[in-house]
Design a protein around this ligand. Sequence first.
Ligand code: F0G
Length: 433
Amino acid sequence: MPAELVCFESACRARFAVTELIYTCPRCSGLLEVAYSGPFLPPEILRQLWRSRRLNNAPLDQSGVWRYREMVAFLEDYSAVVSLGEGNTPLLEAPRAAAWAGLERLCFKHQGYNPTGSFKDNGMTCGVAQALRLGMRRVACVSTGNTSASMAAYASAAGLQPIVFIPHGNISYGKLAQALEYGALTLQVEANFDQILALVRTLSERLGIYLLNSINPFRIEGQKTIIVEMIEQRDWDPPDWIVLPGGNLGNTAAFGKALREMLERGLIRRLPRLAVIQAEGAAPFYELAQRAAGALEPVRTPETLATAIRIGDPVSWPKALHEVRTTGGVVEKVSEQEIADAKAVIGRCGIGCEPASAATLAGIRKLRAAGTIRAGEDVVAVLTGNLLKDPDYIYKYHTGKLQAPGGQLLSSTYANQPVVVPNDPDRIAEILA
Ligand code: F0G
């Protein structure tokens, strides 16, 4: 199945070999997308093949990305692929969260069960495979934390040198710790995500380092498998809505592409609607979606405690807008308070997630209240990161110390305070009574 890179701009559509070292269109600077020209196996054959691979112990077949390699068919040779067992994440029923949001039923597709604890692993195994194919020795990314953790792990496992650029003081310790432990050269830059992305794009070109931000179209390919796996887990019955948080918008681009390709190949019969949720203080895509036309206007100083999505100038917005429109989707924004409470509710389900992921449940509740999502509709929310990514946020919430970026104290609506007790069975028995 031959693969090519195609410019995403409808007025350009220039085509390039998948082996060219480019991230954007050399003609018009548009985003690039991997395109496949077939022939494609019939859907019933693909479904059987993917199911049977689960019974095979080969790492490629056990991977929740490469198992679906007919959907990410940009390599000729899989021998150099590095898998850490990515994907294979559960679809979890969450009745408490459903009730809180006003739905009859809600499921979470939990990408926090990935090897480095976020959905980035689905894309990174593909990005690193492409880096190896191109003979690159060093890889780089700017990150709000999860991309850097994932890239550090996959690059080190593949014998490449990972170089991560992070906004100084604005990523959680869990994520910074991962980058260090996995052996990345870690540069803390005194600038925000958007400013550092511009810097890293220049540096990677100048120094011949492979760029692994989500502008890299091969990462987007891997992230498509989140949707393929989720719909397979539902026996090929797509939900009415897929809800996800929006930051740099690579995941929105990936989900939309996955759905379009699955429809084209007969794997699904209708498109679920995408609902992208942003944090109020970093919501340029929400603002764009409210207007009929025009380009995204960046937010110069994005602010949110959900640091994973603290992004004011998301690069993948043209793709994301196309995908939201194609699926009849919506974009919503939620407050810091709404995110914090939704996160505690997800925790009480025994599931848990990091702050950015909880924007999904907060958004669903808001979209339910507005009547955009109906109570009986079939909704899957994608939880993008693991609860343990940001324990500091959790402790502050439950002890009444969580402050919004402006300094105002958030209400700890569902606080669960730890209780200090003396080493005295009678006193403890009294408290437990
Ligand atoms: N959720 C989490 C946990 C994330 O880490 C990110 C992005 C998003 C949602 C948003 O996804 O960018 O595809 O719209 N984190 C990136 C990073 C930016 O550097 O780790 P997106």
